[in-house]
Design a protein around this ligand. Structure first.
Ligand code: CU
Length: 278
Protein backbone atom coordinates (compact mmCIF):
# COMPACT_ATOMS: atom_id res chain seq x y z
CA UNK A 1 0.00 0.00 0.00
CA UNK A 2 1.24 3.45 -0.88
CA UNK A 3 2.06 5.67 2.08
CA UNK A 4 -0.49 8.34 1.13
CA UNK A 5 -3.22 5.71 0.89
CA UNK A 6 -2.12 4.30 4.24
CA UNK A 7 -2.33 7.68 5.90
CA UNK A 8 -5.80 8.41 4.53
CA UNK A 9 -6.95 4.96 5.66
CA UNK A 10 -5.52 5.61 9.12
CA UNK A 11 -7.31 8.96 9.21
CA UNK A 12 -10.55 7.26 8.25
CA UNK A 13 -10.14 4.66 11.01
CA UNK A 14 -9.44 7.38 13.59
CA UNK A 15 -12.44 9.37 12.39
CA UNK A 16 -14.77 6.37 12.62
CA UNK A 17 -13.50 5.11 15.96
CA UNK A 18 -14.10 8.57 17.42
CA UNK A 19 -17.73 8.70 16.32
CA UNK A 20 -20.00 7.83 19.26
CA UNK A 21 -22.70 5.36 18.16
CA UNK A 22 -20.70 2.90 16.08
CA UNK A 23 -21.32 -0.17 18.23
CA UNK A 24 -23.92 -1.96 16.08
CA UNK A 25 -22.53 -5.15 14.50
CA UNK A 26 -21.49 -4.75 10.91
CA UNK A 27 -24.14 -6.04 8.49
CA UNK A 28 -22.16 -7.12 5.49
CA UNK A 29 -23.91 -8.89 2.68
CA UNK A 30 -21.32 -11.31 1.35
CA UNK A 31 -23.68 -12.86 -1.20
CA UNK A 32 -24.23 -9.61 -3.06
CA UNK A 33 -24.19 -10.21 -6.82
CA UNK A 34 -25.02 -13.90 -6.33
CA UNK A 35 -28.39 -15.63 -6.75
CA UNK A 36 -29.78 -18.36 -4.48
CA UNK A 37 -30.00 -21.75 -6.19
CA UNK A 38 -31.58 -23.65 -3.29
CA UNK A 39 -31.27 -24.55 0.39
CA UNK A 40 -30.10 -27.96 1.60
CA UNK A 41 -31.14 -28.67 5.18
CA UNK A 42 -30.56 -31.06 8.04
CA UNK A 43 -31.86 -30.91 11.64
CA UNK A 44 -29.22 -28.36 12.63
CA UNK A 45 -28.35 -26.19 9.65
CA UNK A 46 -29.46 -24.72 6.38
CA UNK A 47 -26.88 -24.64 3.59
CA UNK A 48 -27.77 -21.88 1.14
CA UNK A 49 -26.27 -22.54 -2.32
CA UNK A 50 -25.55 -19.68 -4.70
CA UNK A 51 -24.25 -19.14 -8.23
CA UNK A 52 -24.00 -16.00 -10.33
CA UNK A 53 -27.13 -16.81 -12.37
CA UNK A 54 -29.06 -18.89 -9.81
CA UNK A 55 -28.80 -22.13 -11.81
CA UNK A 56 -26.72 -25.27 -11.96
CA UNK A 57 -26.11 -26.60 -15.45
CA UNK A 58 -24.23 -29.28 -17.33
CA UNK A 59 -20.54 -28.30 -17.50
CA UNK A 60 -18.44 -26.16 -15.16
CA UNK A 61 -20.20 -24.40 -12.28
CA UNK A 62 -18.57 -22.04 -9.78
CA UNK A 63 -20.63 -22.51 -6.61
CA UNK A 64 -20.82 -20.51 -3.37
CA UNK A 65 -22.60 -21.39 -0.13
CA UNK A 66 -23.24 -20.27 3.42
CA UNK A 67 -24.05 -22.47 6.42
CA UNK A 68 -26.76 -21.03 8.70
CA UNK A 69 -27.64 -22.03 12.23
CA UNK A 70 -30.92 -20.15 12.57
CA UNK A 71 -29.93 -16.60 11.68
CA UNK A 72 -26.25 -17.13 12.52
CA UNK A 73 -23.82 -17.64 9.65
CA UNK A 74 -21.12 -20.22 10.47
CA UNK A 75 -17.59 -18.93 9.89
CA UNK A 76 -15.40 -21.84 10.98
CA UNK A 77 -16.74 -24.95 9.24
CA UNK A 78 -14.42 -27.45 7.54
CA UNK A 79 -16.40 -28.71 4.59
CA UNK A 80 -16.14 -31.35 1.90
CA UNK A 81 -18.79 -32.13 -0.69
CA UNK A 82 -19.73 -34.94 -3.05
CA UNK A 83 -21.93 -34.62 -6.10
CA UNK A 84 -23.49 -37.94 -7.16
CA UNK A 85 -25.42 -38.81 -10.27
CA UNK A 86 -27.92 -41.60 -9.78
CA UNK A 87 -28.42 -43.33 -13.11
CA UNK A 88 -30.73 -46.25 -13.76
CA UNK A 89 -27.97 -48.87 -13.65
CA UNK A 90 -25.16 -47.16 -11.71
CA UNK A 91 -24.06 -44.07 -9.79
CA UNK A 92 -21.07 -41.81 -10.40
CA UNK A 93 -19.64 -38.53 -9.22
CA UNK A 94 -18.15 -35.68 -11.28
CA UNK A 95 -15.01 -33.51 -11.09
CA UNK A 96 -15.19 -31.23 -8.04
CA UNK A 97 -12.80 -28.96 -6.17
CA UNK A 98 -11.91 -28.71 -2.53
CA UNK A 99 -13.92 -26.15 -0.56
CA UNK A 100 -12.26 -22.91 0.51
CA UNK A 101 -13.43 -19.72 2.16
CA UNK A 102 -13.78 -17.01 -0.47
CA UNK A 103 -10.99 -14.44 -0.06
CA UNK A 104 -11.94 -11.42 2.07
CA UNK A 105 -15.19 -12.95 3.33
CA UNK A 106 -16.15 -14.37 6.72
CA UNK A 107 -19.11 -16.57 5.80
CA UNK A 108 -18.91 -17.46 2.12
CA UNK A 109 -17.48 -20.83 1.03
CA UNK A 110 -16.70 -21.61 -2.60
CA UNK A 111 -15.66 -24.33 -5.02
CA UNK A 112 -16.55 -25.75 -8.39
CA UNK A 113 -18.32 -28.81 -9.74
CA UNK A 114 -18.27 -30.07 -13.33
CA UNK A 115 -21.50 -31.91 -14.12
CA UNK A 116 -20.55 -34.03 -17.12
CA UNK A 117 -24.19 -35.00 -17.71
CA UNK A 118 -27.52 -33.25 -17.26
CA UNK A 119 -30.40 -34.77 -15.35
CA UNK A 120 -33.28 -36.40 -17.23
CA UNK A 121 -36.69 -37.90 -16.39
CA UNK A 122 -35.25 -40.92 -14.60
CA UNK A 123 -31.69 -39.92 -13.67
CA UNK A 124 -30.71 -37.20 -11.22
CA UNK A 125 -27.89 -35.57 -9.25
CA UNK A 126 -27.71 -35.04 -5.53
CA UNK A 127 -25.16 -33.13 -3.47
CA UNK A 128 -23.84 -34.11 -0.05
CA UNK A 129 -22.03 -31.74 2.32
CA UNK A 130 -19.96 -33.30 5.11
CA UNK A 131 -18.71 -30.71 7.55
CA UNK A 132 -17.17 -30.19 10.91
CA UNK A 133 -17.89 -27.28 13.28
CA UNK A 134 -16.01 -27.12 16.58
CA UNK A 135 -15.23 -30.86 16.37
CA UNK A 136 -18.82 -31.83 15.76
CA UNK A 137 -19.57 -33.50 12.42
CA UNK A 138 -22.66 -32.97 10.30
CA UNK A 139 -23.97 -34.10 6.95
CA UNK A 140 -26.65 -32.77 4.62
CA UNK A 141 -27.84 -34.18 1.28
CA UNK A 142 -30.49 -33.19 -1.20
CA UNK A 143 -31.39 -33.55 -4.85
CA UNK A 144 -30.14 -30.73 -7.06
CA UNK A 145 -31.41 -29.66 -10.45
CA UNK A 146 -28.80 -29.86 -13.22
CA UNK A 147 -30.24 -28.60 -16.49
CA UNK A 148 -28.84 -29.47 -19.91
CA UNK A 149 -26.80 -26.57 -21.30
CA UNK A 150 -28.10 -25.03 -24.51
CA UNK A 151 -24.59 -24.86 -25.98
CA UNK A 152 -21.87 -27.49 -25.59
CA UNK A 153 -19.71 -26.63 -22.55
CA UNK A 154 -18.27 -30.05 -21.70
CA UNK A 155 -16.79 -32.95 -23.69
CA UNK A 156 -16.53 -36.50 -22.33
CA UNK A 157 -14.46 -38.85 -24.47
CA UNK A 158 -11.88 -41.63 -24.59
CA UNK A 159 -8.45 -40.55 -25.83
CA UNK A 160 -6.17 -42.58 -28.12
CA UNK A 161 -4.42 -43.58 -24.87
CA UNK A 162 -7.65 -45.34 -23.79
CA UNK A 163 -8.09 -42.87 -20.90
CA UNK A 164 -11.52 -41.31 -20.28
CA UNK A 165 -11.30 -37.49 -20.20
CA UNK A 166 -13.65 -34.68 -19.22
CA UNK A 167 -12.85 -31.33 -20.85
CA UNK A 168 -14.88 -28.37 -19.52
CA UNK A 169 -15.13 -24.76 -20.67
CA UNK A 170 -14.72 -22.22 -17.86
CA UNK A 171 -14.19 -18.84 -19.59
CA UNK A 172 -15.33 -16.80 -21.41
CA UNK A 173 -18.69 -16.83 -19.61
CA UNK A 174 -19.62 -13.56 -21.25
CA UNK A 175 -17.92 -13.55 -24.68
CA UNK A 176 -17.22 -10.27 -26.51
CA UNK A 177 -16.19 -9.26 -30.02
CA UNK A 178 -12.55 -9.20 -28.92
CA UNK A 179 -9.64 -11.42 -28.03
CA UNK A 180 -11.21 -13.10 -24.98
CA UNK A 181 -9.39 -14.76 -22.10
CA UNK A 182 -10.19 -18.46 -22.38
CA UNK A 183 -9.82 -21.15 -19.73
CA UNK A 184 -10.69 -24.83 -19.48
CA UNK A 185 -10.14 -27.70 -17.10
CA UNK A 186 -9.13 -31.24 -18.09
CA UNK A 187 -9.87 -34.17 -15.83
CA UNK A 188 -8.97 -37.82 -16.10
CA UNK A 189 -11.65 -40.30 -15.04
CA UNK A 190 -9.79 -42.68 -12.71
CA UNK A 191 -12.98 -44.39 -11.55
CA UNK A 192 -16.63 -43.48 -10.95
CA UNK A 193 -15.70 -41.26 -8.01
CA UNK A 194 -12.24 -39.90 -8.81
CA UNK A 195 -11.46 -37.21 -11.41
CA UNK A 196 -8.00 -35.66 -10.94
CA UNK A 197 -6.91 -32.59 -12.96
CA UNK A 198 -4.53 -33.50 -15.77
CA UNK A 199 -1.13 -31.74 -15.95
CA UNK A 200 1.20 -30.72 -18.79
CA UNK A 201 -1.22 -31.23 -21.67
CA UNK A 202 -2.11 -28.71 -24.38
CA UNK A 203 -5.43 -27.74 -25.97
CA UNK A 204 -5.38 -26.43 -29.53
CA UNK A 205 -8.31 -24.22 -30.46
CA UNK A 206 -9.77 -23.30 -33.85
CA UNK A 207 -12.91 -21.12 -33.54
CA UNK A 208 -15.13 -21.17 -36.63
CA UNK A 209 -18.44 -19.69 -37.79
CA UNK A 210 -20.19 -22.57 -39.62
CA UNK A 211 -22.98 -20.27 -40.88
CA UNK A 212 -20.48 -18.03 -42.68
CA UNK A 213 -18.39 -20.38 -44.78
CA UNK A 214 -16.76 -21.79 -41.65
CA UNK A 215 -14.42 -18.79 -41.40
CA UNK A 216 -12.00 -18.58 -38.52
CA UNK A 217 -10.31 -15.75 -36.65
CA UNK A 218 -6.76 -14.43 -36.19
CA UNK A 219 -4.66 -14.14 -33.01
CA UNK A 220 -5.92 -17.17 -31.11
CA UNK A 221 -3.58 -18.67 -28.54
CA UNK A 222 -3.69 -22.37 -27.65
CA UNK A 223 -4.32 -23.27 -24.02
CA UNK A 224 -1.52 -24.23 -21.67
CA UNK A 225 -1.16 -24.77 -17.96
CA UNK A 226 1.05 -22.36 -16.03
CA UNK A 227 1.46 -24.57 -12.96
CA UNK A 228 0.49 -28.17 -12.30
CA UNK A 229 -2.85 -28.63 -10.58
CA UNK A 230 -4.26 -25.57 -12.34
CA UNK A 231 -6.60 -24.82 -15.22
CA UNK A 232 -5.46 -24.19 -18.82
CA UNK A 233 -5.36 -20.64 -20.22
CA UNK A 234 -5.24 -19.14 -23.71
CA UNK A 235 -6.79 -16.48 -25.96
CA UNK A 236 -9.97 -16.85 -27.98
CA UNK A 237 -10.48 -14.39 -30.80
CA UNK A 238 -14.11 -13.71 -31.78
CA UNK A 239 -14.33 -11.23 -34.65
CA UNK A 240 -18.12 -10.86 -34.68
CA UNK A 241 -21.19 -11.83 -32.64
CA UNK A 242 -23.20 -14.94 -33.50
CA UNK A 243 -22.71 -18.69 -33.23
CA UNK A 244 -19.14 -19.97 -32.92
CA UNK A 245 -17.90 -23.54 -32.75
CA UNK A 246 -14.59 -23.75 -30.88
CA UNK A 247 -12.94 -26.81 -32.42
CA UNK A 248 -10.52 -28.53 -30.06
CA UNK A 249 -7.60 -30.91 -30.09
CA UNK A 250 -6.22 -32.41 -26.89
CA UNK A 251 -2.46 -33.10 -26.89
CA UNK A 252 -0.52 -34.90 -24.19
CA UNK A 253 2.84 -33.86 -22.70
CA UNK A 254 4.62 -35.50 -25.68
CA UNK A 255 2.49 -33.38 -28.07
CA UNK A 256 0.64 -36.45 -29.35
CA UNK A 257 -2.98 -35.77 -30.32
CA UNK A 258 -5.22 -37.78 -27.98
CA UNK A 259 -8.51 -36.56 -29.43
CA UNK A 260 -9.79 -34.07 -32.00
CA UNK A 261 -9.08 -33.34 -35.67
CA UNK A 262 -7.79 -30.32 -37.60
CA UNK A 263 -10.41 -28.28 -39.44
CA UNK A 264 -9.74 -28.39 -43.22
CA UNK A 265 -11.61 -27.94 -46.50
CA UNK A 266 -12.69 -31.58 -46.25
CA UNK A 267 -13.27 -31.68 -42.50
CA UNK A 268 -15.60 -28.93 -41.22
CA UNK A 269 -15.32 -29.68 -37.51
CA UNK A 270 -13.43 -31.56 -34.82
CA UNK A 271 -15.08 -34.35 -32.86
CA UNK A 272 -14.50 -32.34 -29.66
CA UNK A 273 -15.62 -28.71 -29.45
CA UNK A 274 -17.30 -26.02 -27.37
CA UNK A 275 -20.10 -23.75 -28.58
CA UNK A 276 -20.68 -20.07 -27.87
CA UNK A 277 -23.44 -17.78 -29.08
CA UNK A 278 -23.70 -14.11 -28.22
CU1 CU B 1 -24.46 -39.89 -15.37
Amino acid sequence: MKLSKYISLLAAILLFSCSSDDDAPKQINETEGLTLVQNIQNDQHTIAIYTKNGNLQQGYNHIYFQIKDGETLIENAEVSWMPMMHMTNMSHSGPHSEITKKADTETLYEGYIVFQMAENDTEYWDLTFDYNIDNETFSATDIIEVAASAKKRVNVFTGSDEVRYILALIDPQDPKVAVNDMSTAIFKMEDMMTFPLVDDYQIKIDPRMPSMGNHGSPNNEDLFQQNSGEFYYGKLSLTMSGYWKINLQLLNAESEVLKGEKVTEENAASSIYFELEF
